[in-house]
Structure formats: structure tokens, C-alpha cells
Design a protein around this ligand. Sequence first.
Ligand SMILES: *Cc1c(COP(=O)(O)O)cnc(C)c1O
Length: 438
Amino acid sequence: MNPSHTPNWNALLEYDREHIWHPYAKLPNPIEAIGVIRTQGSIITLADGREVVDGMSSWWAALHGYNHPKIQQAMHEQIDTMPHIMFGGLTHEPAIELAKRLVDLSPTGLDKVFFVDSGSVAMEVAIKMAIQYWISLTRPAKNKLLTVRNGYHGDTFATMAICDPINGMHHLFSDVLSKHFFAPAPQMGFSEPSDNQDIAGLKSILEQHHNEIAAVTIEPIVQGAGGMRFYRPNYLKQLRELCDEFEVLLIADEIATGFGRTGKLFACEWAGISPDILTLGKTLTGGHITLAATLATSRISETISNGNPGILAHGPTYMANPLACRAAIANIDVLLDSPWQDNIQRIYDHLTESLAELKKVNGVADVRTLGAIGVVELERDDLGAKIQAAALEQGVWLRPFGKLIYTMPAYNIPQRQLEQLSAGLVNSVIQTLAQNNL
Ligand SMILES: *Cc1c(COP(=O)(O)O)cnc(C)c1O
């Protein structure tokens, strides 16, 4: 950027407020967005010059902080040679190298890769594959999905229909959304003992309706935007067995959890299972550019390819964008070359210890941590904006939603910034609850 260029931020923000939609917002937006001008590592520089510690990793994505030099270098090299080329009939090394890494690293059996540009679309492709699999086997009645409550799989029409029916958009679009089956969410926390009752509701739906069900979709171990809930690995293991027993495919959505966030490279590893279809997104390029992927077993690709019409009818314009593939390769290499397990343990230990004092604070319903994720669940759902503002005053960027104040910092966040982050979170919660007489 031209250093002598000083934008008029009042005018920019006013234009933004009047003309540009932000996620889940009104337009014009009564809440003015905060201008940002620069990122580096775990620091975000705001338009007014303030430097704040990032607690969100841009919604799970920025695994190694912003502007990682190795990822940037890979992108610079690619942008100078071939930023984009169509994938219809053509191919390139970045896509092939990335596919190899995904096949090698992901749970066993997932050896076919479909590249798309966002997480929601990766789920759309997963759903399309599952339904087309059963059409190819001449069992077209198996075209419904089964999922658990409190899930989140995206904002497109197919994915909205499998988001939580209460906190999702079912009310608004009930006439338009496909009707699927919902089982109760897993109730037992990550380290709670196994309990067969937990999965009984899901099992009984499978018993009654397996002839109509193409696949179960689930976020392994961590339910993200649908409630930030952690559940026990044995639930996943039992789910895998039930899917096999009732001839239903298993779609694991690792768009948020993939690449280490829970302490395993993929959250499925906690249960030692492989899904039939796996989606990746958010974390794939370490927050540098958009890219997502749908992985599947050869059984799925062969069945679809041997069926009628014999092709998978999907092909985004920017499919396997080489610039994004290069960023993803560099992101994965940076991850594997780093002591990421130690880093996640370090963040887990720190968040577990520092957030614990909130457990006894009036108005706090629950505090939970897993991997490099810390969650504070409040009793009230109307304090998020105030807590966000209070945290910002303390130099910390948080983006609460509803009752949930949460953080998932970059794995390599310096210890001092991690301490500032947790202190900012704790203080902003205590302060806001006190001011609101709780
Ligand atoms: C964010 C998210 C999605 C949707 O990804 P987008 O890139 O926002 O479309 C789907 N599933 C899960 C688990 C997510 O966290």
C-alpha cells in the first residue's frame, strides 16, 4: 500500500455500514464494523492504530497466525507463475501435491479428493456424493440425511437443512428446506464415561428409517457454531458401527477441527475411525485464502462412476485454484514441521487454568476446554456485544455469539499474548456480568 495514503475512516465506515452486508447482520448495520488495516502473527492492527491480540484465528482458520512467511512465500511464487487456471480438462502440480498430502494424512481409506472454494460447498458436494452413491446402487429412496442437534454444516440450502433446527434457520425457510432426521445431540462431555443411552435416540432413528437414509453427517468431537460442545470419542465409534450395521454412509465435517485444533491431526482420530466422506475447509490454507475439499473412499468414487450417469456432476469455476492449493501445501508443511502437539497442550493447559476462575462466577453456566479451544457459556445470551467491546478495551479481539464466549488462538501464539488473551477474556466476562447485575 502507498504509505502516504491515509483513508478517511469515518467515510469508509459510513459507506460500509450503508452498503455492505456483514455475516449475520442487518443492512444498514446498527453496529458499525471495526476497521482493520494490518495483521501479523497473532496481532491485528485496527484502523485507529490499536494493536489487539487475536482470540479467534478468523473463525478457526489462521492456525499459525496471520501473514506466515512460508505460506506467503509459496503464494508469491505461485501468483507470479499461474494464479489461476480452469480445472476442466487441465491439471497442475499444486492440486496434485495437495491431494497427495490430504490422502496421506487423513484417516485411512479416504483417497479421492474433490476441491471446492468454501466449507459449505464442500458439504454440498459431500451430500451430493452420498445421495448419488445410493442412486448408483439403484436405491434412490435412500436420499435423506440423519444428523444430531446442535450441529452446524454451513449456510447454503442443503447445509442449512442439517444445521440445528432451533438455533439454525429452519423457522424462516421451513417450506423450502429439505426435511431430514434429527437425533438428540451427544450429551456426555469429552471425558465423561461411556453411556449407551447417549446414542440410543440416533440408533432408533436408524432402526426405523435406514431405508430412507443416505448418510449421517456429524462434526467429530467438537460441535462448533451450533453450540461449541465437546463430546466423547466413544460416541463417534458407536456411530461408525451403527452406520455400518444399517448401511448408511458417515460424513465427518472436519472443516473446523481438521489440522490439529483438538490435539489430534483430525478429530476422527480420537475415536480411531474413518468416515466414508470427510470435509475440510476453514483451516486448509491456514487462513490465507479460501479453499475447501471433500475426501471420499474409493468405494464411493467407484460406485458413482459405475452408476448412471457415471460422473459426479459438480465443477466450480475456481475448482482447485492453484494459488489456494499452494497456500494449503505450505500451511500443512508448516504445521507438520512445527511442534504443534506441544503448542496445543500449552494452550490447553493455560486456558484450562486461567478460565477456571470463571466457573464460580454468577451468570456463568459452564467453562470447558479441549485442545486449543476455550469456551465460556453464560446463562444469558444478550451480553456478547458488551463482552466483545470490553475485551477490545483490554486489547483482545473476541467475537462471542449468543451465550458463548470462546477463543481458539493460533497454535504458535507467543505465551505473553496468550496470557493477555485469557486475562482479557476473563476480565471482560467478570466486568460485564457485574455491570449487568448478575
Ligand atoms: C464454518 C463451517 C462450515 C461452513 O464453512 P464456510 O466456509 O463458512 O462455508 C461447515 N461446517 C463447519 C463445521 C464449520 O465450522
